[in-house]
Design a protein around this ligand. Structure first.
Ligand code: NAD
Length: 466
């Protein structure tokens, strides 16, 4: 089939290259000319494992091309994917849909024969109707159908996620459009990918619901880690123990500095704003958002405490800047909150990230970038692990002992066993686990005082003045 992809970012480029691999003929369109020029020269503007090879294969097979000329890009398309950004809006958390609406108007101006317009961008429930209305202004006959086809790929494993999805969601009541979409994804369905065929509004909601639920797991496990730390339990083993229960599942149960990235922060806020528009509340999600914001600041306190109560004049070597491993994406990365906070307390930051330094240096201009792990650690007082890149899981601690000035390692990704790091003479601070050699916390005394049970079942204990 002939496909046009409008918006050649993380989602658009991976989708386009993957559809080309499936045998379709794909034109990727972007208004960012320099991005298109790079792609035409074979340069991939983002870091995503395997993408370079996939794009190259598609180009060599002449099934994948790039253009910023919308008219020629859309000329013969049977399916047009909208893959533009939907960043956090200015007003109350609602997604900024201006790129989506601009893309819709642009598509409408160049549609010549029947085409399915499939929205992969994450958009609030009801946006499909808006897109349809925009296109109808320019294409009055029913020469098009607007379908929701949300994308669930994760940066870092985007190609695998696209080509072996847990499910494909298609939202439409339009019979012909549904048939076209089924044909498009037939190779993946033949490989066993389940297809969820539903209404457009339901498909739009599935995407937000999935992200909100995963964000909830992350926030939950973060708070659980705090309790484990104080009570002498081990969060890694607790997470393993609960994750084996297939009603819960093992994914997204890793503790860390809270969720970040281009999706969860904006999508949770957008879903809350949608709830507000519909006069309903999502109190669990409200709490998740608040817990996540507080967590990044709590991480700053933890680092300061690990540094003996003050970071003024200290050099902190930071490993990892991106919001997670295997991407160069810096959107809503924990480093963007934590590092400026440490700097404002007087710390000097030196950092190394395998893929994110180009992006990060624009956002964190005062952070000095190093060319490797050990140069970063040279004469630093503290080593801070912020992102779980594979190369940070195999650090040479003998070498670190020689280059680091201090003896403290703060690991906000729990990459190591506390006892093994302590054996090198380091003080190792991680999340949700007792520090190596720490004395098991005492069981707290049952609080004394008068007990009163509230209507909601919570017992309040009035502690007598000491
Ligand atoms: P991105 O910012 O990486 O890419 C968007 C691209 O769209 C940019 O290259 C921009 O130049 C281009 N663009 C903007 N307006 C355009 C127009 N009118 N015509 C052509 N091109 C235009 O965004 P992304 O991370 O790929 O996300 C795209 C959408 O997919 C968002 O709604 C996001 O929430 C959703 N999503 C993202 C991911 C992810 O992991 N990044 C996963 C699933 C869904």
């Amino acid at each position: 089939m002939r496909i046009a992809v409008v918006g050649t970012g993380y989602v658009g480029l991976v989708s386009g290259a993957s559809f080309a691999k499936l045998g379709h003929s794909v034109v990727c369109i972007d208004t960012n000319r320099s991005k298109i020029d790079q792609l035409k020269r074979g340069r991939i503007p983002i870091y995503e494992p395997g993408l370079q090879e996939l794009v190259q294969q598609g180009a060599v097979a002449r099934r994948l091309t790039f253009t910023s000329d919308v008219k020629s890009g859309l000329r013969q398309a049977q399916v047009v994917f909208i893959c533009v950004g939907t960043p956090l809006g200015q007003h109350g958390g609602l997604a900024d849909l201006s790129f989506v609406y601009d893309a819709a108007a642009m598509i409408a101006a160049h549609l010549r024969s029947f085409a399915v317009i499939a929205t992969k961008s994450t958009v609030p429930v009801g946006t499909g109707e808006e897109i349809e209305a925009i296109i109808r202004k320019a294409v009055p006959n029913d020469n098009f159908a607007v379908v929701s086809n949300p994308e669930f790929l994760r940066e870092g494993s985007a190609i695998e996620d696209f080509l072996r999805p847990n499910r494909i969601v298609i939202g439409t009541d339009h019979e012909e459009a549904g048939a076209v979409m089924r044909r498009l994804y037939a190779p993946l369905c033949a490989d066993g990918a389940p297809l969820v065929l539903t209404s457009r509004r339901t498909a739009e909601m599935i995407k937000y619901a999935a992200n909100a639920f995963l964000a909830t797991k992350i926030a939950f496990v973060g708070e659980l880690a705090d309790l484990c730390e104080r009570s002498g339990a081990d969060i890694e083993e607790v997470a393993h123990g609960i994750g084996l229960d297939n009603r819960i599942g093992a994914n997204f149960l890793r503790t860390g500095p809270g969720y970040g990235g281009s999706c969860f922060p904006k999508d949770t806020l957008s879903l809350l704003a949608t709830a507000q528009q519909h006069n309903t509340r999502m109190r669990i999600l409200e709490t998740v958002v608040a817990v996540n914001q507080a967590r990044k600041h709590a991480m700053v306190d933890k680092i300061v405490e690990a540094c003996g109560g003050a970071v003024e004049g200290k050099t902190i070597a930071v490993l990892g800047l991106t919001f997670k491993a295997d991407t160069d994406d810096m959107r809503e990365a924990a480093s963007l909150t934590i590092l400026p906070a440490l700097e404002s307390l007087g710390a000097q930051i030196r950092s190394y990230d395998p893929a994110g330094m180009e992006q990060a240096s624009k956002l964190l201009p005062s952070v000095r970038m190093a060319t490797g792990v050990y140069e970063c650690a040279e004469a630093a007082d503290v080593l801070l692990i912020l992102t779980e890149w594979a190369q940070f899981k195999t650090l040479d601690f003998e070498l670190l002992k020689q280059v680091l000035r201090g003896k403290t390692i703060v690991d906000l990704r729990n990459l190591y066993q506390p006892a093994s790091i302590a054996s090198y003479g380091f003080t190792y601070v991680s999340l949700g686990r007792a520090a190596a050699g720490a004395i098991r916390p005492a069981i707290p005394q049952r609080p004394r005082g008068k007990r009163r049970r509230r209507n909601d079942g919570i017992t309040i204990i009035a502690t007598p003045p000491s």
